[in-house]
Design a protein around this ligand. Structure first.
Ligand code: TYD
Length: 201
């Protein structure tokens, strides 16, 4: 059976962190050990890379950006996600490699396959088995966003391209993806995500 590495994905303002926090509590109440992480970051190396990527003071080129996300992710896979799965924990991640495929591959137009190719070597097979894609209309998502970052502030056209990227990824891989419309009440979104996870394992 595939390892319980679950990704929460979506554009800005989809509610990933709120939903993943609530699902974590439900899984712990079900009796599972859960490790929760976020990308970019989650390790000392990753948090430094995060400040390069998301601060407004630097302007990395698109491929620099893609490679830095991949580098932070390789560190997280080796240091946290791989070991947690090996010891039998569940891993919930607020964003994963699928954000790079959608944001850098589709949003920055580097190409989904090219971005996947630079991520794979650093991950050593540590790859999400289930992706919960929280779908929100781009305008509504941006209006819900509390604090902006360099990439989150790219504007609505960029968010639309990213959303299209996520839609394409989900359509091409329906076994791995569960798409949840977040225009319903938060409790219903959390319940749908929890059910999707429990029905998989
Ligand atoms: P974060 O503060 O985690 O915010 P959010 O609540 O939107 O998840 O910011 C992460 C930002 O980095 C967000 O704008 C999406 C972007 N991002 C990428 O462009 N590529 C990636 O691979 C990842 C992980 C994030």
């Amino acid at each position: 059976m595939s390892l319980p590495y679950v990704a929460f994905e979506g554009i800005e303002g989809a509610g990933k962190s709120t939903v993943s926090d609530r699902v974590r509590n439900l899984l712990e109440a079900d009796g599972y050990r859960v490790v929760q992480v976020r990308e970019p970051g989650g390790t000392a190396v990753g948090e430094r890379i995060r400040s390069i990527l998301l601060g407004h003071d630097l302007a990395p080129e698109p491929w620099t950006e893609a490679l830095l996300f991949a580098a932070a992710r390789a560190q997280l896979a080796a240091e946290i996600v791989g070991p947690a799965l090996a010891e039998g924990s569940w891993v919930l991640s607020d964003r994963t490699v699928y954000s790079s495929l959608a944001y850098q591959g589709a949003g920055r137009r580097l190409g989904i396959d090219a971005v996947r190719a630079v991520n794979e070597p650093g991950l050593g097979g540590v790859w999400p088995s289930l992706v919960i894609l929280l779908a929100v209309d781009p305008e509504r998502g941006l209006s819900r966003q509390e604090v902006g970052d360099r990439i989150g502030d790219e504007g609505v056209e960029f968010q639309r391209a990213v959303a299209k990227g996520f839609e394409r990824l989900a359509a091409d891989d329906p076994e791995r993806f569960v798409v949840i419309d977040t225009h319903m009440a938060l409790d219903e979104v959390v319940d749908a995500a929890h059910r999707a996870i429990r029905s998989r394992w």
